[in-house]
Design a protein around this ligand. Structure first.
Ligand code: ARG
Length: 563
């Protein structure tokens, strides 16, 4: 039982409130000298019919302090508690050293499945910089939910269907010079660009393209083969990028996968009288909810994006029986999600309440050499490579004697990029500069990684000791205590990140741990003369290492041991 829980148990009978609820009330006092935990009495004033300061003073008199709490002070409407330093040190350290790479994990999700759709790139189109947030945030949420005991299904809802594939085939047939599977994404994009240039001059190309897409839709073997080879080639190429970023998926079911699942949806919408005909198209009128209509079938008979999303949502419910289904997609698509969620609700799918559009803001690049390149499309690959190259140069300067500079640069460069979209509230737009993200002393991934490597280095050089046997009571100085407080907060950060779909809660927690460790490192000699103190401080360094590693891992960022 942690201190919050034992305090809640002691407070519950005095407040006539459930202990489980009280544990949620605790806050961290504004200043360290005000104690370790603050219990606000404001919510009790109605039931206890007294002013909060009076309640705080009375509780202080009547409460028998549980083990591990040294004293209580009533300040205004708060009852502040001072935790017994030795008890805190041994409980935090004991927990981290016992749970190790499971510290922060939980079984709250046992028996529940969470679908996380992320990245969802388009076939034969650039894997662009603008796909960074969905890829990084989705991958982090996937890992966070898994850590909390949920069964997780990572889905890459590929954009692999639509008239553009007719254009691609037309272009390939006219100007292709080698087998289609040998085309890189950039070469496919070049074909696509050429198609549009030529179609300006010769609009009949558009008819050819339409005919080719019709052939794909109706299962013409040649058309299907070309389409699927283009798709396989794109996937092969992006898998390399995903691997660099530590990203993976359980399902690559793209839009095409839902082709044969749409007729049933369209039929149901008709039969239930939810859709109606409107100028040749089939739509669901959403004016009652102040939204434009959701188009189900276009006037030319083709189905569209929203219809496929409706089919996909139903398929995911049937296949995975999800507890939650998350869609990590940019806020530009807010309306689209509200529309098709509403249609699902009208269809009586009450589980749509468990579908969440996890939206996010835009990323932009403040580096002129990048923003003008190739018609403003920034390839994610180029950005990753540039980050690794720049990091390599920094490492050569900072750690000239490091043996494997290349793999450290890879871990740190990519980590810095991922972190740039994991450090703030999702919805905030991110403008990206190299100086900011590669600052080893800022609130960055390199800073956290560097601190982790510093812990590893301290532990490597120290004599081997049994950390669990260390006397934690010797960690009663303010620097150790502040570090322990930051470490203790980590499991709650993981839970809160999942609850809010906000990986940044974990990033902030890691910064708190890293900066508390660095203060501790500069102020207290870890290799103290007293071997008992030394052993306790090494145990604390080991605990710090474990927390940083677990947290970085949840964010999909690697934690090199040397850098
Ligand atoms: N492929 C789309 C794009 O890159 C994003 C798909 C989002 N997911 C969805 N279920 N609609 O814009």
């Amino acid at each position: 039982m942690n201190v919050k829980e034992s305090l809640s148990n002691a407070l519950a009978p005095l407040c006539q409130t459930d202990a489980g609820e009280l544990t949620e009330w605790f806050e961290i006092p504004r200043k360290a000298d005000m104690g370790d935990l603050a219990f606000p009495c404001f919510r009790l004033s109605r039931s206890m019919r007294k002013a909060p300061p009076v309640i705080a003073a009375e509780l202080k008199e009547r409460l028998v302090l549980p083990v591990g709490v040294a004293k209580a002070e009533a300040v205004g409407g708060y009852l502040n508690f001072f935790v017994d330093a030795a008890a805190k040190a041994s409980s935090v350290l004991g927990k981290v050293l016992a749970e190790r790479d499971r510290y922060g994990a939980s079984s709250v999700g046992e028996g529940k499945t969470v679908c996380v759709e992320y990245s969802s790139i388009n076939i034969a189109k650039p894997f662009g910089f603008h796909h960074l947030p969905t890829t990084a945030i989705g991958n982090a949420l996937y890992r966070i939910y898994r850590f909390l005991g949920y069964k997780t299904v990572g889905i890459n809802h590929l954009g692999d269907w639509g008239t553009q594939f007719g254009k691609m085939i037309t272009a390939y047939k006219l100007w292709g010079t080698k087998p289609i599977e040998d085309y890189s994404i950039r070469e496919l994009v070049a074909l696509y660009v050429r198609f549009h240039e030529e179609a300006e001059k010769d609009p009949s190309l558009n008819d050819t393209a339409r005919a080719w897409f019709h052939k794909i839709e109706t299962g013409d073997p040649e058309a299907l083969e070309l389409w699927s080879k283009m798709k396989d080639g794109t996937i092969r190429e992006v898998k390399v990028t995903y691997a660099r970023m530590g990203v993976d998926f359980d399902s690559w079911a793209g839009e095409s996968f839902y082709e044969d699942k749409m007729p049933a949806i369209i039929r149901e919408l008709r039969e239930k009288g939810i859709s109606k005909l409107d100028q040749g198209a089939e739509i669901v009128d959403l004016s009652e909810w102040n939204m434009p209509p959701c188009i189900i079938v276009k006037s030319d008979g083709s189905t569209i994006y929203a219809t496929r999303d409706i089919a996909a949502a139903c398929y995911r419910k049937e296949t995975y029986d999800f507890y939650k289904s998350l869609y990590v997609v940019a806020y530009q698509q807010d309306l689209h999600f509200r529309q098709f969620f509403k249609v699902l609700e009208l269809m009586g799918r009450d589980w749509v309440k468990d579908c969440v559009h996890v939206n996010f803001g835009m990323v932009s690049m403040e580096d002129a050499s990048f923003s003008t390149r190739s018609g403003n499309i920034l390839y994610l690959d180029d950005i990753l490579q540039a980050a690794v190259d720049k990091t390599y140069a920094i490492i050569c300067e900072k750690s000239p004697s490091l043996e494997d500079k290349q793999s450290a640069a890879e871990a740190v460069g990519i980590g810095a990029i991922l972190w740039s979209v994991l450090y703030n509230n999702r919805i905030k737009d991110v403008s990206f500069t190299w100086d900011k993200i590669l600052n080893f002393d800022g609130e960055t991934a390199p800073y956290v990684q560097y601190t982790h490597a510093r812990c590893c280095s301290v532990l490597r050089k120290a004599p081997q000791t049994d950390h669990a046997a260390a006397n934690a009571a010797l960690l009663d100085d303010p620097y150790s205590q502040a570090l322990l407080t930051a470490i203790e907060a980590f499991p709650d950060a993981v839970l809160s990140a999942a609850e809010k779909y906000e990986p940044y809660v974990i990033s902030r927690s890691l910064i708190a741990v890293a900066s508390a460790f660095n203060k501790f490192y500069y102020e207290q000699r870890i290799m103290a003369d007293d071997p008992k103190v030394q052993a306790a401080r090494l145990a604390l360094a080991e605990a710090t290492r474990l927390v940083l590693k677990n947290g970085l891992n949840l964010l999909g960022i690697s934690a090199p041991e040397r850098m």
